[in-house]
Design a binder for this molecule. Structure first.
Ligand code: 5RP
Length: 264
Protein backbone atom coordinates (compact mmCIF):
# COMPACT_ATOMS: atom_id res chain seq x y z
CA UNK A 1 0.00 0.00 0.00
CA UNK A 2 1.32 3.47 -0.86
CA UNK A 3 2.64 5.57 2.03
CA UNK A 4 0.10 8.40 1.62
CA UNK A 5 -2.84 6.02 1.44
CA UNK A 6 -1.65 4.12 4.49
CA UNK A 7 -1.05 7.35 6.39
CA UNK A 8 -4.54 8.64 5.61
CA UNK A 9 -6.12 5.33 6.60
CA UNK A 10 -4.23 5.27 9.90
CA UNK A 11 -5.69 8.70 10.69
CA UNK A 12 -9.10 7.01 10.64
CA UNK A 13 -8.37 3.51 11.96
CA UNK A 14 -6.15 4.43 14.88
CA UNK A 15 -2.92 2.37 15.03
CA UNK A 16 -2.93 2.46 18.88
CA UNK A 17 -6.03 0.26 19.01
CA UNK A 18 -6.57 -0.78 15.39
CA UNK A 19 -10.09 0.64 15.74
CA UNK A 20 -12.21 3.60 14.78
CA UNK A 21 -15.25 5.56 15.80
CA UNK A 22 -16.61 7.22 12.69
CA UNK A 23 -19.58 9.55 13.00
CA UNK A 24 -21.92 9.28 10.00
CA UNK A 25 -23.61 12.55 9.04
CA UNK A 26 -24.29 12.00 5.36
CA UNK A 27 -27.97 11.09 5.66
CA UNK A 28 -29.19 14.36 4.12
CA UNK A 29 -27.76 13.42 0.72
CA UNK A 30 -30.89 11.39 0.03
CA UNK A 31 -33.12 12.03 3.09
CA UNK A 32 -32.95 15.83 3.30
CA UNK A 33 -33.17 17.41 6.79
CA UNK A 34 -33.31 14.21 8.85
CA UNK A 35 -34.58 14.44 12.46
CA UNK A 36 -31.88 16.03 14.69
CA UNK A 37 -29.74 16.81 11.67
CA UNK A 38 -31.89 19.76 10.56
CA UNK A 39 -29.19 22.11 11.83
CA UNK A 40 -26.07 19.99 11.28
CA UNK A 41 -23.63 22.45 12.87
CA UNK A 42 -25.56 22.52 16.15
CA UNK A 43 -25.76 18.72 16.30
CA UNK A 44 -22.24 17.93 15.16
CA UNK A 45 -20.11 20.48 17.02
CA UNK A 46 -20.31 18.96 20.56
CA UNK A 47 -19.62 15.47 19.15
CA UNK A 48 -16.57 16.31 17.05
CA UNK A 49 -13.93 15.90 19.81
CA UNK A 50 -15.03 12.28 20.35
CA UNK A 51 -15.09 11.09 16.74
CA UNK A 52 -12.01 9.76 14.95
CA UNK A 53 -13.61 10.68 11.63
CA UNK A 54 -16.78 12.25 10.28
CA UNK A 55 -18.48 10.92 7.17
CA UNK A 56 -20.38 13.59 5.27
CA UNK A 57 -20.93 15.37 1.95
CA UNK A 58 -18.92 18.37 0.80
CA UNK A 59 -21.92 20.68 1.27
CA UNK A 60 -22.22 19.97 4.98
CA UNK A 61 -18.44 19.96 5.41
CA UNK A 62 -18.02 23.38 3.80
CA UNK A 63 -20.98 25.00 5.53
CA UNK A 64 -21.13 23.38 8.96
CA UNK A 65 -17.59 22.32 9.94
CA UNK A 66 -14.81 24.72 10.85
CA UNK A 67 -11.68 24.17 8.70
CA UNK A 68 -9.53 24.04 11.86
CA UNK A 69 -11.21 20.76 12.90
CA UNK A 70 -8.92 17.98 14.16
CA UNK A 71 -11.30 15.13 13.23
CA UNK A 72 -10.55 13.31 9.96
CA UNK A 73 -12.93 13.67 7.04
CA UNK A 74 -14.43 10.80 5.05
CA UNK A 75 -16.13 12.46 2.12
CA UNK A 76 -19.22 10.89 0.58
CA UNK A 77 -18.77 11.15 -3.18
CA UNK A 78 -21.69 9.07 -4.46
CA UNK A 79 -25.34 10.06 -4.75
CA UNK A 80 -27.95 11.18 -7.22
CA UNK A 81 -31.21 9.72 -5.88
CA UNK A 82 -33.64 10.74 -3.15
CA UNK A 83 -36.01 8.97 -0.81
CA UNK A 84 -38.99 10.10 -2.93
CA UNK A 85 -37.38 9.19 -6.26
CA UNK A 86 -37.79 5.99 -8.26
CA UNK A 87 -34.79 4.01 -7.09
CA UNK A 88 -32.24 4.83 -4.39
CA UNK A 89 -29.66 2.62 -6.05
CA UNK A 90 -29.33 4.87 -9.11
CA UNK A 91 -26.13 6.56 -7.93
CA UNK A 92 -23.21 8.19 -9.70
CA UNK A 93 -20.05 9.95 -8.56
CA UNK A 94 -21.11 13.44 -7.43
CA UNK A 95 -17.82 14.89 -6.17
CA UNK A 96 -14.47 14.85 -7.95
CA UNK A 97 -11.27 13.49 -6.47
CA UNK A 98 -9.72 16.93 -7.05
CA UNK A 99 -12.32 18.41 -4.73
CA UNK A 100 -11.70 15.63 -2.19
CA UNK A 101 -8.00 16.61 -2.21
CA UNK A 102 -8.87 20.33 -1.88
CA UNK A 103 -11.07 19.46 1.11
CA UNK A 104 -8.23 17.42 2.64
CA UNK A 105 -10.33 14.26 2.80
CA UNK A 106 -8.69 11.29 4.50
CA UNK A 107 -10.92 8.92 2.53
CA UNK A 108 -13.80 8.96 0.08
CA UNK A 109 -16.99 6.92 0.47
CA UNK A 110 -19.42 5.55 -2.06
CA UNK A 111 -22.39 3.17 -1.93
CA UNK A 112 -22.74 -0.04 -3.85
CA UNK A 113 -26.16 -1.65 -4.27
CA UNK A 114 -25.56 -5.34 -4.92
CA UNK A 115 -28.64 -7.14 -6.24
CA UNK A 116 -30.41 -3.91 -7.16
CA UNK A 117 -31.40 -2.65 -10.59
CA UNK A 118 -28.31 -0.44 -10.63
CA UNK A 119 -25.88 -3.05 -9.26
CA UNK A 120 -23.61 -2.88 -12.34
CA UNK A 121 -23.50 0.91 -12.40
CA UNK A 122 -22.65 1.24 -8.71
CA UNK A 123 -19.96 -1.45 -8.91
CA UNK A 124 -18.36 0.24 -11.92
CA UNK A 125 -18.53 3.52 -9.95
CA UNK A 126 -16.50 1.79 -7.23
CA UNK A 127 -13.91 0.37 -9.62
CA UNK A 128 -13.36 3.77 -11.28
CA UNK A 129 -13.23 5.56 -7.94
CA UNK A 130 -10.56 3.15 -6.63
CA UNK A 131 -8.44 3.68 -9.77
CA UNK A 132 -8.62 7.44 -9.45
CA UNK A 133 -8.36 7.65 -5.65
CA UNK A 134 -5.22 5.50 -5.63
CA UNK A 135 -3.56 8.05 -7.93
CA UNK A 136 -3.97 10.56 -5.10
CA UNK A 137 -3.25 8.09 -2.29
CA UNK A 138 -6.80 8.38 -0.92
CA UNK A 139 -8.48 5.30 0.57
CA UNK A 140 -11.99 4.31 -0.56
CA UNK A 141 -14.75 3.25 1.81
CA UNK A 142 -17.39 1.11 0.08
CA UNK A 143 -20.79 1.29 1.74
CA UNK A 144 -22.81 -1.88 1.20
CA UNK A 145 -26.10 -0.04 1.01
CA UNK A 146 -29.38 -1.91 1.14
CA UNK A 147 -31.64 0.93 0.04
CA UNK A 148 -35.23 0.53 1.12
CA UNK A 149 -34.93 -3.26 1.17
CA UNK A 150 -33.87 -3.66 4.77
CA UNK A 151 -34.68 -7.36 4.77
CA UNK A 152 -31.39 -7.86 2.97
CA UNK A 153 -29.54 -7.30 6.24
CA UNK A 154 -28.51 -10.92 6.61
CA UNK A 155 -25.05 -12.49 6.64
CA UNK A 156 -25.30 -14.16 3.23
CA UNK A 157 -26.16 -10.91 1.47
CA UNK A 158 -23.78 -8.70 3.48
CA UNK A 159 -20.91 -11.17 2.99
CA UNK A 160 -21.55 -11.13 -0.75
CA UNK A 161 -21.63 -7.32 -0.93
CA UNK A 162 -18.63 -6.83 1.35
CA UNK A 163 -16.52 -9.35 -0.52
CA UNK A 164 -17.38 -7.83 -3.88
CA UNK A 165 -16.44 -4.39 -2.51
CA UNK A 166 -13.05 -5.72 -1.40
CA UNK A 167 -12.52 -7.55 -4.71
CA UNK A 168 -13.13 -4.26 -6.54
CA UNK A 169 -10.38 -2.61 -4.48
CA UNK A 170 -12.19 -0.86 -1.61
CA UNK A 171 -9.70 -0.20 1.20
CA UNK A 172 -12.36 -0.58 3.90
CA UNK A 173 -16.00 -1.54 3.92
CA UNK A 174 -19.06 -0.33 5.76
CA UNK A 175 -21.82 -2.83 6.32
CA UNK A 176 -24.38 -3.83 8.95
CA UNK A 177 -24.02 -6.04 11.98
CA UNK A 178 -26.12 -9.18 11.61
CA UNK A 179 -26.50 -12.69 12.94
CA UNK A 180 -23.53 -14.71 11.68
CA UNK A 181 -21.45 -11.54 11.30
CA UNK A 182 -18.22 -13.57 11.60
CA UNK A 183 -18.97 -14.95 8.13
CA UNK A 184 -19.07 -11.41 6.74
CA UNK A 185 -15.71 -10.61 8.35
CA UNK A 186 -14.14 -13.94 7.34
CA UNK A 187 -14.93 -13.40 3.67
CA UNK A 188 -13.78 -9.79 3.51
CA UNK A 189 -10.00 -9.20 3.42
CA UNK A 190 -10.20 -5.49 4.28
CA UNK A 191 -11.31 -3.79 7.55
CA UNK A 192 -15.03 -3.56 8.22
CA UNK A 193 -16.97 -0.86 10.07
CA UNK A 194 -20.65 -1.21 10.92
CA UNK A 195 -23.49 1.26 10.61
CA UNK A 196 -25.96 1.63 13.45
CA UNK A 197 -29.17 1.64 11.43
CA UNK A 198 -32.43 3.22 12.67
CA UNK A 199 -32.52 4.44 16.26
CA UNK A 200 -32.85 1.60 18.75
CA UNK A 201 -35.10 1.57 21.81
CA UNK A 202 -32.37 1.63 24.45
CA UNK A 203 -28.76 2.77 24.78
CA UNK A 204 -27.81 -0.71 25.97
CA UNK A 205 -28.88 -2.25 22.62
CA UNK A 206 -26.53 0.13 20.80
CA UNK A 207 -23.68 -0.76 23.16
CA UNK A 208 -24.38 -4.46 22.65
CA UNK A 209 -24.40 -4.15 18.87
CA UNK A 210 -21.11 -2.28 18.94
CA UNK A 211 -19.50 -4.69 21.40
CA UNK A 212 -20.58 -7.76 19.43
CA UNK A 213 -19.47 -6.28 16.12
CA UNK A 214 -16.01 -5.57 17.58
CA UNK A 215 -15.75 -9.01 19.23
CA UNK A 216 -16.68 -10.62 15.93
CA UNK A 217 -14.06 -8.74 13.92
CA UNK A 218 -15.25 -5.25 12.97
CA UNK A 219 -12.67 -2.47 13.44
CA UNK A 220 -15.32 -0.06 14.61
CA UNK A 221 -18.47 1.78 13.69
CA UNK A 222 -19.57 4.41 11.23
CA UNK A 223 -22.65 5.33 13.20
CA UNK A 224 -25.17 8.13 12.85
CA UNK A 225 -28.73 8.07 14.15
CA UNK A 226 -28.04 6.06 17.29
CA UNK A 227 -25.62 8.78 18.34
CA UNK A 228 -27.11 12.11 17.24
CA UNK A 229 -30.76 11.12 17.63
CA UNK A 230 -30.02 9.92 21.18
CA UNK A 231 -31.33 11.93 24.12
CA UNK A 232 -27.77 12.42 25.38
CA UNK A 233 -25.56 12.34 22.27
CA UNK A 234 -22.29 13.28 24.01
CA UNK A 235 -22.74 10.63 26.70
CA UNK A 236 -23.61 8.18 23.94
CA UNK A 237 -20.54 8.80 21.79
CA UNK A 238 -18.22 8.77 24.81
CA UNK A 239 -19.63 5.46 26.01
CA UNK A 240 -19.25 4.00 22.52
CA UNK A 241 -15.63 5.18 22.46
CA UNK A 242 -14.99 3.24 25.65
CA UNK A 243 -16.17 0.01 23.95
CA UNK A 244 -14.25 0.65 20.76
CA UNK A 245 -10.96 1.97 22.09
CA UNK A 246 -10.87 0.69 25.69
CA UNK A 247 -12.51 -2.73 25.32
CA UNK A 248 -15.27 -1.88 27.81
CA UNK A 249 -18.28 -4.19 28.00
CA UNK A 250 -21.84 -2.97 27.26
CA UNK A 251 -22.51 -2.92 31.02
CA UNK A 252 -19.43 -0.79 31.71
CA UNK A 253 -20.35 1.49 28.81
CA UNK A 254 -23.83 1.96 30.28
CA UNK A 255 -22.31 2.89 33.65
CA UNK A 256 -20.11 5.48 31.95
CA UNK A 257 -23.10 6.74 29.94
CA UNK A 258 -25.16 7.24 33.13
CA UNK A 259 -22.25 8.93 34.88
CA UNK A 260 -21.76 11.45 32.03
CA UNK A 261 -25.51 11.95 31.61
CA UNK A 262 -26.01 12.64 35.33
CA UNK A 263 -23.15 15.16 35.40
CA UNK A 264 -25.13 17.08 32.73
C1 5RP B 1 -26.26 5.60 4.21
C2 5RP B 1 -25.06 5.71 5.06
C3 5RP B 1 -25.21 6.17 6.50
O1 5RP B 1 -24.11 6.95 6.81
C4 5RP B 1 -25.29 4.97 7.38
O2 5RP B 1 -26.51 4.35 7.25
C5 5RP B 1 -24.86 5.20 8.84
O3 5RP B 1 -25.75 5.80 9.60
P1 5RP B 1 -26.70 5.08 10.65
O4 5RP B 1 -25.82 4.61 11.79
O5 5RP B 1 -27.63 6.17 11.03
O6 5RP B 1 -27.36 3.89 9.97
O7 5RP B 1 -23.97 5.45 4.64
O8 5RP B 1 -25.97 4.86 3.07
Amino acid sequence: MQWGLKNRLSGIIKPETGRTLMLALDHGYFLGPTTRLEDPKKTITPLLPYADAIMLTRGILRNCISPDVNTKVVLRVSGGSSIIGKDLSNEAIITSLKDAVRLNASAVALSIFVGSEYEHQTLVNLAKLVDEAEEYGIPVLAVTAVGKELEKREAKYLALSSRIAAEFGAHFVKTYYCEGFEKVVEGCPVPIVVAGGPKMNTEFEVFELTYRAIQEGAVGVDMGRNIWQAEYPVAMIRALRSIIHENKTPKEALELFNEIKNKG
